[in-house]
Design a protein around this ligand. Structure first.
Ligand code: WTA
Length: 660
């Protein structure tokens, strides 16, 4: 955590929107009184509350202990046996849901597919048999490097069915990023596709996959879905077409009965040091919380068509495209491509044509739509919509109001949902039929979630005082560890607020700052560590810095952000070059370095601006003072305290670094 960071919150927002009577009348949770009772009981006994939620799932064997807490390691529902794919598929087959659409998919070019629960189940069983045939069993890792096509979901659920651990790597990541993740996980098999459609062209994934696999000796087979039809190399004896291997597999597969703590997936996320962390999630607790939150926060009903715009490469795609909605038997709408293809009205066009009822998207997308103009939205009939959701970063009140008025016609509650890759599921969000909303606030923690804004000494903040957002009691979907690194897990999340000498306390530190208002509502102020949020994607500045420094010309780099209208934050990199390095013209070098970062991490991490500087401002102990860099970018000068600075002349030089 950055110790120099003062948390101050400047936002004041007084608008309050109560749920409409019409919405409340039909909502799954509609009684404020009842919710209040449940909240109070859950505050006293969170574990009992989560046990009730777990009972909504289908267990092969009931758990013995709901929570075993061996700080900071949790086991939820120990002794219980369960299978996630059974909960998402098989249990719906004995009812009318068998022939209900599980996934309605639209490709970017406009092609469509619908898979009923019955059909999705058959495909998953086939894929599970294929994986087994390739030697994949319980506990083995399968990497998935794909775009948004139904086979990605099928592959995930097939892993869950046989007890393999999936590691989905976002299709926008580079081959290096894919390689690092596969190596860290010791993945044995990779599922990928030839190319994915994005903004009218196809992005080749197989070439990147080939490069990565060449350096991953544990990968023995690659299964390739035909999607774009482009020419790719198939390596004989290693690569197999999905279509071919699925053809010869049967649709009968007996699921593994897995212990509740069996790992379901790992997903890598950025932290404040260079190396991405493999966040490990297990089965029973994770499924309990994603199932409960999907149902209650999105008010999911059987006749809803629910569209979550997140990519399955992010945790939102895992929890709220796949496991949450499918375990509720919902109809999920899934879209392959860009929101502005063929024009900026694509989402609204799809909502109109498919009669989508629930839309869950990110503030960065909302801001882009605002900029593209209301006319794209107003052209379409959005009267099917009844609930809107937001996730990924704090939503600014203007964007919230626009979302409510222009998209929701002042008719749809907005659920602003705060959570993280680590939390696995939503933690702070309004329950839409009951909790009044305020633009920019995620409102209250869910029942069973004990959250607080605290000072560094652990005391609770006063009303409206900014502090550190902590979770004071284990929750079922919490990460269990960082893959292969229990110590880093302890240090990253549990060392800021350790237990006292009586063994009390020991809280999870989220890395976010927050304040609570007079109604107890949470307002997230943003990250307080060196993690930044660009277009709703989490990036560690340290990761981008090490990518820059890995270039032959770069001696040192510091990455900070400045506010950006669409992306929320734009990345600004300060770079010092190695003396004597063979350096091209600086405008060329800027492009070279941007592309270098894209190669190392992916396009999302490309700095928007690169400033070259002879030196970086440092404390006497050598820590780069990013605060000063932020001030220089924002104001062109520094106004804060510079007494810790080692060499004052640096500041003068930095002011002159602006990109020409
Ligand atoms: C931020 C995405 C404010 C926050 C699910 C968190 C939010 C990080 C919100 C996690 C929200 C996410 N309001 N901030 N509704 N949702 N964040 O791991 O800083 O990609 O710590 O998980 O995004 O990002 P991650």
């Amino acid at each position: 955590m950055n110790k120099q960071h003062d948390i101050s919150s400047v936002l004041t927002e007084n608008r309050v929107f109560a749920p409409s009577k019409k919405f409340a009348a039909k909502a799954i949770v509609s009684s404020a009184k009842n919710l209040d009772k449940i909240r109070k009981a859950a505050e006293k006994n969170p574990v009992a509350f989560w046990e009730q939620c777990a009972a909504a799932l289908q267990w092969d064997k009931k758990w013995k202990s709901a929570l075993i807490w061996n700080y900071p390691f949790a086991q939820w529902f120990a002794g219980g046996k369960i299978n996630a794919s059974v909960n998402c598929l098989d249990r719906h087959l004995s009812s009318y849901r068998k022939n209900k659409a599980a996934i309605i998919w639209e490709g970017e070019p406009g092609d469509q597919r619908t898979l009923t629960y019955g059909q999705l189940h058959a495909e998953v069983c086939r894929a599970a048999n294929v994986l087994k045939k390739f030697g994949i069993g319980k506990g083995d890792t399968v990497a998935i490097y794909m775009g948004m096509i139904p086979e990605a979901v099928i592959a995930m659920l097939a892993c869950a069915r046989i007890g393999a651990v999936h590691n989905v790597v976002f299709g926008g990541f580079s081959s290096d990023a894919l390689r690092d993740r596969m190596l860290d996980m010791k993945a044995k098999l990779l599922v990928t596709q030839d190319g994915a459609f994005r903004r009218g062209t196809s992005v080749n994934l197989k070439d990147a996959a080939d490069k990565a696999v060449a350096e991953c000796p544990d990968i023995t087979s690659v299964i390739v879905v035909r999607r774009s039809g482009e020419n790719i190399q198939m390596c004989a004896g290693r690569d197999y077409w999905w279509g071919e291997v699925m053809k010869s597999a049967t649709a009968i597969n007996k699921p593994e009965s897995l212990s509740a703590e069996h790992p379901l997936f790992a997903l890598y996320t950025s932290g404040s040091t260079g190396k991405p962390k493999g966040i490990l999630h297990t089965t029973g607790g994770y499924l309990t919380q994603v199932n409960f939150t999907s149902r209650i926060i999105f008010d999911l009903n059987d006749d809803d068509i629910y569209f979550c715009t997140a990519d399955i490469g992010w945790v939102t795609g895992h929890s709220y495209v796949v496991y949450g909605p499918l375990s509720n038997g919902a109809t999920v709408f899934m879209y392959e491509g860009a929101p502005n293809f063929p024009d900026a009205g694509r989402f609204w066009d799809m909502i109109e044509r498919h009669r989508i009822t629930i839309l869950y998207t990110a503030p960065t997308a909302i801001r882009a739509f605002m900029k593209w103009g209301d006319s794209y939205v107003l052209k379409h009939d959005l009267s099917s919509l009844r609930l809107l959701g937001s996730v990924g970063e704090p939503i600014n009140p203007e964007a919230w109001m626009w979302y409510r008025a222009v998209v929701g016609k002042n008719n749809c509650p907005i659920v602003d949902t705060w959570w993280q890759t680590e939390t696995g599921a939503i933690m702070i969000a309004p329950i839409p039929g009951v909790v009044p909303t305020k633009p920019g606030s995620g409102t209250l923690p869910l029942p069973g979630i004990i959250a607080d804004a605290v000072r560094r000494d652990g005391t609770s903040c006063e009303q409206n005082e900014g502090g550190y957002l902590v979770i004071k009691h284990p929750w079922p979907a919490m990460l269990r560890t960082i893959v292969g690194d229990d110590e880093r897990y302890r240090k990253t999340y549990w060392s800021e607020f350790p237990p006292n000498e009586n063994g009390e306390g020991g809280w999870y530190f989220t890395g976010d700052g927050a304040r609570r208002d007079k109604d107890g509502y949470f307002w997230i102020i943003g990250r307080v560590d060196d993690v930044v949020n660009v277009s709703g994607h989490r990036l560690g500045t340290a990761e981008i810095e090490s990518a820059l420094v890995s270039h032959t010309t770069v001696a040192e780099a510091a990455v900070i952000t400045r506010p950006d209208e669409i992306k929320g934050n734009a990345l600004v990199a300060f770079v010092t070059l190695k003396s004597g390095a063979d350096v091209p013209a600086l405008h060329e070098l800027r492009e070279i370095l941007r592309n270098h970062v894209a190669k190392e991490i992916g396009h999302i991490a490309k700095p928007d601006e690169i400033r070259f500087s002879e030196q970086l401002p440092k404390t006497r102990s050598g820590k780069i003072m990013r605060r000063l860099l932020r001030e220089i970018v924002a104001e062109g000068k520094t106004s804060g305290d510079t007494t810790a600075l080692e060499d004052f002349s640096v500041l003068e030089k930095l002011r002159a670094t602006e990109e020409e």
